[in-house]
Write a protein that binds this ligand. Structure first.
Ligand SMILES: Cc1ncc(COP(=O)(O)O)c(C=O)c1O
Length: 403
């Protein structure tokens, strides 16, 4: 068996491949779904008469906010429609609390900390690091966060200021938070403090490609738990229309809404209202968005199936992998502490994979076992080659074969 694996490694290496599956990006066919946006014709004013070409409407035009309200199931007055990046809204939320949170801005705390379910999104950790906020990991379980670990942390330290979650098709392991998990998170967090921030990056809100467990709208659970003033939800059309060319939305209330308005008022006189209008004309309403997302699903699902068909060839003793119902990633967990070695071996064969450890704060995966695979961006043929490389690398590292 070892000889066969070494032969495979050498022949893949000889091909001098150059394939990059590091990031979860839509492929060209997915982008083509939105080409009509490029030359869509729009009026010069919004439904309620605001001139789209001028300054004004700092929190977005009414029809874009209405679309956000339908998608996030929150009232219009709680919705802000922003520019092209939800990560920017998330960053601005942290910034606003850092500078102006009451009674104590986070910058004035001795050692502010955030709870981060892991594995998670590398840019979330980078963002917290920018502010000198420590990202403290807790495990994800099948239906959300490990509530016991959450409660234990909050009992230990008064300087936790929030939690940052991707509540659906979590990046990278694909968990979907259950209503019950969310309710319990809200109960525990709000008992800890009515200023504790529940920050939700809902990047994959409408990105299902298989049937998913039933979930109540997040905002409904938020309101029923009476935590709307300490909750911020962000999402965007980055993986609906164009990455960097979509629009973003936020739902929040009370002091959290005031804080975000305060920082945004200083830094952005208004978002790109023309692009907001273009998107509204393109989709019309949330049903239009959902119909569009079905087309994405048809393109994305086969890529995941290709990846599974290769991962299934690996002996179960090598590790296990996630089978998400949406989103952009598969997580492979090696049984032995060899993730960084697998990523290096892939690189040697010409395939780039997200660096091992990057789904944990400080790039530190204590088990050195989590590997994020992003199958969407490359062509089906490239993906097949990349997966062949990946399973060869896992076998080499797992069976400790010297190639
Ligand atoms: C969890 C998560 N949040 C945010 C983003 C980026 O979103 P945006 O382009 O709206 O800033 C991504 C993109 O990969 C993501 O995976």
């Amino acid at each position: 068996m070892h000889d066969k694996i070494i032969t495979k490694f050498n022949s893949l290496k000889e091909k001098q491949l150059s394939i990059d599956i590091t990031r979860g990006k839509p492929d060209k066919d997915q982008l083509d779904l939105s080409n009509a946006l490029l030359d869509i014709s729009i009026p010069t004013s919004s439904e309620d008469g605001a001139d789209l070409r001028n300054y004004g409407e700092p929190f977005g035009i009414k029809e874009a906010r209405s679309l956000g309200s339908e998608l996030l199931d929150a009232p219009l007055e709680n919705i802000l429609a922003g520019e092209q990046s939800s990560l920017l809204l998330t960053y601005q939320t942290v910034l606003s609390n850092f500078l102006f949170a009451e009674p104590t801005p986070w910058k004035d705390l001795k050692s502010p900390k955030f709870i981060c379910p892991v594995p998670g999104f590398d840019r979330h950790f980078m963002m917290l690091q920018d502010f000198g906020i420590e990202a403290v990991p807790i495990p994800l379980v099948e239906d959300g966060i490990d509530l016991q670990a959450f409660e234990n942390l909050l009992k230990k330290d008064k300087e936790f200021v929030g939690i940052l979650c991707v509540p659906k098709h979590s990046n990278p392991s694909g968990e979907i938070y259950s209503d019950e998990n969310l309710q319990n998170m809200f109960r525990i967090g709000s008992n800890f403090s009515d200023k504790f921030l529940f920050l939700f990056d809902h990047a994959y809100l409408i990105h299902d490609f298989l049937p998913i467990p039933k979930q109540k709208p997040l905002w409904e659970i938020v309101v029923n738990s009476n935590v709307q003033d300490q909750t911020v939800i962000t999402t965007s059309f980055s993986k609906v229309t164009f990455g960097g060319g979509g629009i973003s939305f936020m739902a929040t209330s009370g002091h959290s809404l005031e804080l975000i308005k305060r920082v945004r008022t200083t830094m952005i006189i208004c978002p790109d209202k023309l692009n907001q209008k273009r998107h509204v004309e393109f989709f019309k309403d949330s049903e239009g968005v959902k119909a569009h997302m079905l087309k994405h699903a048809e393109l994305v699902r086969p890529k995941f199936e290709i990846a599974y068909s290769y991962l299934e060839k690996l002996d179960k003793s090598c590790g296990s992998f996630s089978r998400p119902t949406g989103g952009y990633f598969i997580t492979y967990s090696t049984a032995k502490p060899i993730a960084s070695q697998v990523v290096e071996l892939c690189k040697e064969m010409g395939v780039l994979i997200t660096p091992a450890g990057s789904t944990f704060p400080n790039n530190y995966d204590p088990d050195n076992s989590v590997i994020r695979l992003a199958p969407t961006y490359v062509s089906q043929d490239e993906l097949k080659t990349a997966m062949e490389v990946f399973i060869t690398a896992v076998e080499l590292a797992h069976y400790e074969i010297d190639a």
